[in-house]
Write a protein that binds this ligand. Structure first.
Ligand SMILES: [Zn+2]
Length: 251
């Protein structure tokens, strides 16, 4: 499987979208095969070849690709005509209304989120790990789309890509306490004396609060840790691994 498509996004012919997998790349162990991240100590020549290969496959201009230096923060960047595309923005969400600029989020267990407003023609990608979910990066990005791009939430499509799920996401007592402080206590399940965190459940609840319709939310069935032959998983691969991507572009 070379990439995953979204059922909600596929009908739209004015966008390109995909979640990449490990397949069809040049990187060697432990980054087999299609690692798209330069910061994980993989051979940069091979990572570049992976990017070129993937751009050819999805038909976008690699010179216009925007990805992020992701820092588990809450900074959201809007890409417009003035943006210098040669610089990598330090942020965890990107929004644009520009055509032919592919936005990419890279992950290995965190949630890659794609947002599409087909009415105003706005796209966004979000990197949501535990810190991002606890700090509401997704809802903040949607607010930014509402305020700056006139997005109406009733039109918005929200796609959550493969990520580590409750089955594999064991956390310590301190995370449980933090979740409880934030009123996310319902996201922690106790099993055999260990705690498991369900970030998807928090996101669903938060989306419901802002009236995103259920039918406009798509959640990948894949847990990255359970499926680490197909997707990179920071946990299952014992911390040294590559990154796969969520990508969205307006044509
Ligand atoms: Zn799992």
């Amino acid at each position: 499987m070379r990439s995953l498509q979204s059922t909600l996004l596929t009908p739209y012919k004015n966008i390109i979208h995909a979640f990449s997998t490990r397949d069809n790349g040049y990187s060697l162990k432990p980054f087999l095969q299609n690692n798209l991240a330069f910061h994980v100590n993989d051979n940069p020549d091979l990572v570049l070849k992976n990017h070129q290969n993937y751009a050819n496959y999805l038909h976008y201009d690699i010179n216009k690709l925007v990805y992020m230096e992701q820092v588990h923060g809450t900074t959201i960047k809007i890409i417009d005509k003035e943006t210098d595309l040669s610089k990598t923005p330090k942020c965890d969400a990107l929004i644009t209304q520009e055509k032919d600029i592919p936005l990419m989020v890279m992950v290995a267990d965190c949630i890659p989120i794609l947002l599409f407003d087909p009415v105003q023609e706005v796209i966004a990608v979000v990197h949501a790990g535990r810190a991002g979910v606890f700090n509401n990066i997704l809802i903040n990005t949607i607010d930014e789309m509402k305020n700056k791009c006139k997005t109406n939430v009733k039109d918005l499509l929200v796609i959550l890509g493969p990520s580590i799920r409750e089955c594999c996401y064991e956390v310590g007592e301190e995370i449980k306490v933090e979740a409880q402080k934030l009123n996310f206590g319902y996201s922690i399940k106790e099993k055999d004396g260990s705690y498991y965190l369900d970030l998807i459940r928090i996101i669903k609840q938060e989306l419901q609060k802002i009236n995103i319709k259920n039918k406009n939310i798509e959640i990948s069935k894949y847990c990255t840790s359970c499926n680490n032959k197909t997707f990179f998983s920071y946990r299952a691969d014992k911390n040294t691994t590559g990154r796969f991507s969520g990508l969205l572009m307006l044509k």
